[in-house]
Design a protein around this ligand. Structure first.
Ligand code: NAD
Length: 483
């Protein structure tokens, strides 16, 4: 049990203004494993004030990029040292398998931080351009005070997608973890402090939606970087629009994986399944629509059925477990609702559909495969956020691309083929932000984000740093020589 009674604000642990608390419940045991104070709007105001002061008057935006990078490197080293502790803690918060926690939650977080640390050292924050009217000093200045709003599914990694470029830019931040997963952020607070991050540069205030919205509306916040549901993203984007506040939105997905006629199923299935059921199916990039050619439909269905049935459900702390419980009872109800809808709308339930035997506690759902799915069915259109796959037949490759594109979302996708050039041609036609030929991945030095309802803006890569910068041009006299 990890209990906190204060918030990390202005480099200190400060007493909450209210008495509310957030219980962290293990999705595997249904026991309370932690407790933190639930922030009020007054607490959020204090955090914004600390971030504002650190930005307007503190050393962070005024340090050299190399000095900032040194502190970022210390943070990464300290997280790496405590990798196992972080992985276990996050698994206890959200139920993701330990093996995913190590790679997807913690290692990925340090890799993102390392990428932005390197970029900080080499990025041209200031450059002189010989322009059409004469020399111009082009500066890329920090955006200011950032509100980072984090979902529960990949808390430390998504925190780093925002914090690392914010720190690189010289911005300061108020981080609002999700109420389900506030503990890892508090461990991170200690690491930031030990690494010598100046007071107020990062402030960590767990809270629910209402207080989160107060943060978004706060006039001293210059930019909102949000990851979460499309519904919340729409709301937050609306507020930022009214206030002309900078805003990055990373939202939901319903990604399609196209299996081409020439694909080798022996390699496709083991590569595809972890991408489809990653993080117990609770991943925005999950490849949950699987498109198979009609000519090989029965073969793909049978191979997938065998693999889904063999997927190892279990205690998420067990390193062998491939699929753990869903984050909460309400999430299980939601996923079970989609399974019922799939049946009602005429999809064929091939594997799963219920609760796995032998688990008398924990929010488990069996890995589930539906076949004969039409792309107009609810289970093909809406993000389920659980281990539920929809196998959709197609006739021709252009038909497959049309089905992949017939979605409100456009976050990720993949194509499987023995001809990589053919795969690249398919990738060019799918309207989505990230795509993989013969695999699943995202490259931290390349932009990541969504087309359509999957979001606005990009994270990662130099584009991800650009999202935390304001560009300024200072026009200079024609005879100016750099001093
Ligand atoms: P959510 O939208 O309910 O909550 C996300 C965060 O936003 C939480 O911290 C929550 O407290 C806060 N929040 C919710 N409404 C708010 C509001 N009006 N103002 C301010 N803050 C608000 O999402 P969730 O259930 O925690 O996460 C799952 C969703 O996140 C899925 O839809 C998933 O696809 C998406 N997601 C997207 C990405 C991506 O990179 N595109 C990555 C991970 C998760």
């Amino acid at each position: 049990m990890q209990t906190y009674d204060s918030f990390f604000i202005g480099g200190k642990w400060v007493t909450p203004s209210g008495t509310g608390t957030l219980d962290v419940i293990s999705p595997a045991t249904e026991e309370v494993v932690g407790q933190v104070p639930d922030a009020t709007s007054a607490d959020m105001d204090r955090a914004v004030e600390a971030a504002r002061e650190a930005f307007d008057l503190g050393p962070w935006p005024r340090m050299s990029p190399a000095e900032r990078a040194d502190i970022m490197a210390s943070v990464s080293a300290a997280i790496t040292e405590r990798m196992d502790e972080f992985a276990r803690l996050i698994t206890s918060e959200n139920g993701c398998p330990y093996s995913f926690s190590i790679m997807g939650q913690v290692f990925a977080a340090t890799a993102v931080l390392d990428f932005f640390t390197g970029l900080t050292r080499e990025f041209p924050f200031e450059e002189i351009r010989q322009g059409m009217m004469g020399p111009t000093l082009v500066r890329h200045e920090p955006v200011g005070v950032v509100a980072g709003i984090i979902p529960w599914n990949v808390p430390l990694f998504i925190t780093m997608l925002k914090m690392a470029p914010a720190l690189a830019s010289g911005s300061t931040m108020v981080l609002k973890p999700a109420p389900e997963t506030p503990l890892d952020a508090n461990v991170l607070a200690g690491i930031l402090d030990d690494a010598g991050l100046p007071a107020g540069v990062v402030n960590i205030v767990p809270a629910g939606r209402e207080v989160g919205e107060h943060l978004v509306r706060h006039p001293d916040v210059d930019k909102v970087s949000f990851t979460g549901s499309t519904a919340a993203g729409r709301k937050i984007g609306g507020i930022c629009g009214e206030q002309l506040k900078r805003c990055t939105l990373e939202l939901g997905g319903k990604s399609a994986s196209i299996i081409c006629e020439d694909a080798d199923l022996a390699t496709v299935i083991p590569g595809l399944l972890p991408a489809a059921i990653m993080n117990n199916g609770q991943a925005c990039v999950a490849q949950t629509r699987i498109l198979a050619p009609r000519s090989r439909y029965a073969e793909v269905r049978d191979a997938l059925a065998e693999a889904v049935a063999a997927y190892k459900v279990g205690d998420p702390m067990d390193p062998e477990t491939e699929c753990g419980p869903l984050v909460a009872e309400r999430q299980r109800e939601r996923v079970e609702g989609y399974i019922a809808k799939g049946r009602q709308e005429g999809a064929t339930l091939v594997v799963g559909g219920g609760r796995p035997a032998g688990f008398d506690r924990g929010f488990y759902v069996e890995p589930t495969l539906f076949a004969d799915v039409d792309n107009s069915m609810t289970i093909a259109r809406e993000e389920i956020f659980g281990p539920v796959l929809a196998l959709i037949p197609y006739e021709t490759e252009s038909d497959a691309v049309a089905i992949a594109n017939d979605s409100d979302y456009g976050l990720s996708g993949s194509v499987w083929t023995s001809d990589v050039e053919r795969g690249i041609e398919v990738a060019r036609q799918v309207r989505t932000g990230t795509y993989t030929v013969n695999g699943f991945g995202m490259d931290f030095s390349s932009p990541f984000g969504g087309f359509k309802n999957s979001g606005v803006g990009r994270e990662l890569g130099p584009e991800g740093l650009g999202a935390f910068l304001e560009d300024k041009s200072i026009c200079l006299p024609g005879d100016y020589q750099a001093g």
